[in-house]
Design a protein around this ligand. Structure first.
Ligand code: PNS
Length: 156
């Protein structure tokens, strides 16, 4: 049984994240979408809100469940019995940052990372930019799942 973890901050989850969830869930027997909680980052959506949004997005996929982690990602993977971390790659900049984490994670515990190139339609989307555009009154409906977009509008 292959079990993978797709980790992230998901503040909020975007169409790019959803694209990775759909494709990774087809590639593994089980996919855990794991939201980092209690980390020092400033967030717009609190832990419960991010988990609720992810739970809604995962509902159509029978083999996807939501988890949370606080601390080292590889320790979470070990506790969950997941041998693979899945990450989406948008660009060479993402690669440079992600490959070092992947190598560190592999060296620490043997947990490997598999990269999926984001689909062309979502390669330019990031949670941070979406939040900034929305705060400044821009239309971000095309970048987010409708349920997330509704929550973002409510929040702002
Ligand atoms: O959505 P993000 O912000 O790109 O997610 C980053 C995240 C949470 C996946 C990354 O920061 C992470 O793995 N944090 C857990 C702490 C950890 O294991 N650090 C060591 C990395 S080598």
């Amino acid at each position: 049984m292959s079990r993978a973890v797709f980790p992230g901050t998901f503040d909020p989850p975007t169409n790019g994240h959803l694209d990775i969830i759909a494709r990774a869930s087809a590639a593994f027997d089980e996919l855990i979408v794991a939201a980092g909680v209690n980390q020092s980052k400033q967030r717009l959506f609190d832990d419960d809100e991010r988990i609720a949004m992810l739970t809604e997005l995962a509902a159509p996929y029978g083999n996807v469940r939501i988890g949370t982690f606080d601390g080292l990602l590889v320790e979470y993977c070990r506790a969950e019995g997941a041998g693979v971390i899945v990450k989406g790659l948008r660009s060479a900049a993402d690669y440079d940052y992600e490959v070092q984490m992947a190598q560190l994670n592999k060296a620490m515990t043997g947990v490997d990372t598999m990269f999926l190139p984001t689909s062309a339609e979502s390669a330019f989307i990031s949670s941070s930019w979406v939040k900034e555009i929305a705060r400044l009154g821009g239309d971000v409906a095309g970048f987010l799942p409708p349920s997330v977009h509704a929550r973002l509008l409510q929040k702002l």
